[in-house]
Design a protein around this ligand. Structure first.
Ligand code: FAD
Length: 504
């Protein structure tokens, strides 16, 4: 790591996910930002994601005005050289192993502690408590989350959790009501401006010139690209939508893509919002009697629990975690999935969710886990390729957040370091938690035949393939006993082998 010379370097380098005021703190000097087209040349990103990233960077540059040296370059090294020569710069701890390697490998760069997270690395290390605790399998979200609540005095009444309980899951996670949409005001949607028009022209030109190819629709921008927009989105969520967040947190409706979710992951991960202001606003709404406790707690659990946990696990698990493949899944992703070709898919749940990804580069947690990730896991797709797919297609996808969520939580490729069992489910769960089975070509309660649900059959196919690896997992004892009782297992397996990677 570069060492700081006399005083604060004159320049602060901001990466494209460090766009809020907390990444400058009291830095008074100039700012460097580097926009790289090469990033988009290397992999096929969702166009809405490329649009959002560029729009957010250019909005920040416009806010900073004369203070910023905004350079367009192929690589960061070249950009830095063009912006400041070999002058010293400071940077806040970046969010990926690759970027950290880059900045720590340069004598020119001083690395400041991370911003944009609640829990400092030392506090996480103290909680994780060294190797013993990890090896005994005690590194679990619920324990971490309670420690964060206490340490940050979040939703606490003295030393007790507000309402006397830490966990309101029993009140949350209800199936959706029998209506096409939740009875909830819609989310904040930004209005595009001249910067967006310029971004769109640039992206059109890159595509026409054949330099870059994208996937998905670049419809009107859905997510905030500036601090002002991000604050508006937060306010609208807390004032109008948080009250129903908990109850329908896990539900899905075909027509209601946003449900009661906050849509704040993109502005949080761009650094436009600080998590502390999100949790504070949610707690204030609860204390003022505007939202029920189960909703405030459910939301705070996501931000102060899951988001922090995932961030620290990314660093704890290290750079080789991305190669984890305990289940030895090696099948490549099929073209219809790579191309977000929702029209090629008959299964209504998968077709609906794939269309939502195509249209916005975002779906909420349950479609990610139980529709997309579950399908990939059942089919045995390569976990690193699945991770790459999520990363490229989701507006909120960054290395740090994708690896634990996809490799660990969704694909169980780490053999249970992150979760206690694979997140795999059949059609019955999807039917219970959504309206997505209504009018589908398949029946969630049927495994075989023309109407045999690919999720129902895929569930048993997965368990059968991995029986020996999973048999020691107590949480899977019941499903594995069910597998033994299945009279049509051979038929299911033959059918699914035959279906292989054809669009279901
Ligand atoms: P809400 O439901 O309103 O939740 C509030 C906030 O909590 C989110 O904005 C997010 O910042 C945070 N949060 C909740 N769960 C997680 C989590 N597991 N990890 C990190 N933050 C969390 N989240 C991302 O931010 N980026 C990703 O690339 C990403 N990839 C995912 C991939 C898979 C397969 C799965 C299962 C989950 C992934 N998540 C990811 C977590 C979660 O799905 C999204 O954070 C959430 O859906 C974003 O929508 P929202 O802002 O409306 O969230």
């Amino acid at each position: 790591m570069g060492t700081q010379g006399a005083g604060e370097p004159r320049y602060r380098w901001l990466f494209g996910d460090q766009l809020g005021p907390h990444f400058l703190d009291d830095h008074q000097g100039e700012v460097v930002m580097i926009e790289s087209k090469a990033v988009f040349k290397r992999r096929r990103f969702h166009r809405a994601k490329a649009h959002l990233m560029l729009s957010a960077m250019r909005h920040r540059a416009a806010e900073l005005g004369d203070r910023v040296r905004y350079v367009r370059a192929d690589t960061y090294r070249e950009g830095l050289e063009r912006a400041v020569g070999d002058a010293p710069v400071s940077v806040c701890h970046p969010t990926s192993h690759a970027a950290l390697r880059l900045v720590t490998g340069s004598q020119q760069v001083t690395v400041e502690p991370p911003r944009g997270f609640l829990v400092p690395p030392a506090d996480f290390a103290a909680w994780a408590g060294g190797t013993d605790r990890r090896e005994q399998g005690h590194l679990r979200l619920e324990d971490f989350y309670r420690t964060v609540r206490r340490r940050h005095d979040l939703l606490m009444d003295g030393d007790q959790p507000a309402g006397g309980r830490w966990n309101w899951d029993a009140d949350n996670r209800q199936p959706p009501p029998s209506a096409a949409n939740l009875p909830v005001p819609g989310p904040y949607l930004p209005r595009e401006d001249d910067i967006d028009a310029e971004v769109r022209r640039d992206l059109d030109r890159w595509e026409t010139d054949g330099e870059v190819t994208f996937v998905g629709h670049d419809a009107p921008r859905t997510f905030p690209a500036s601090r002002r927009e991000a604050l508006r989105a937060l306010t609208r969520f807390v004032d109008k939508r948080l009250a129903t967040f908990g109850r329908w947190e896990d539900a899905m409706l075909a027509e209601d893509w946003a449900m009661s979710h906050s849509l704040l992951s993109a502005p949080l991960n761009l650094g436009l919002l600080d998590p502390a202001e999100c949790t504070e606003r949610a707690e204030a709404a609860y204390r003022a009697g505007q939202v029920p406790l189960n909703s405030a707690e459910g939301f705070i659990r996501q931000i102060a629990g899951w988001r922090e946990y995932v961030w620290h696990l990314y660093w704890l698990f290290g750079k080789n975690y991305r190669h984890s493949n305990t289940l030895r899944h090696r099948r490549p992703l099929p073209d219809w999935f790579l191309d977000l070709d929702a029209d090629a898919v008959q299964a209504r749940c998968l077709s609906t969710v794939l269309a939502q990804v195509r249209d916005r580069g975002w779906v909420h947690h349950i479609p990610r886990l139980m529709i997309l990730g579950n399908y990939a896991l059942q089919r045995g797709w390569h976990p690193a390729e699945v991770t790459d797919w999520f990363h490229r297609n989701f507006v909120d996808g960054y290395d740090w957040v994708m690896l634990p969520n996809v490799i660990g939580m969704s694909q169980y490729a780490d053999g249970g370091r992150m979760t206690t069992k694979p997140y795999v489910c059949g059609g019955a769960y999807i039917d219970k938690m959504s309206d997505l089975c209504h009018g589908c070509a398949y029946r969630p309660d049927q495994r075989v035949g023309d109407r045999g649900c690919p999720y129902a059959a895929g569930y048993w196919w997965f368990l059968d393939r991995h029986r020996s690896q999973l048999q020691h997992n107590a949480r899977l004892a019941q499903p594995l006993r069910g597998l033994d009782r299945l009279t049509d297992l051979n038929e299911v397996v033959q059918q699914e082998r035959h279906r292989a990677d054809r669009a279901p």
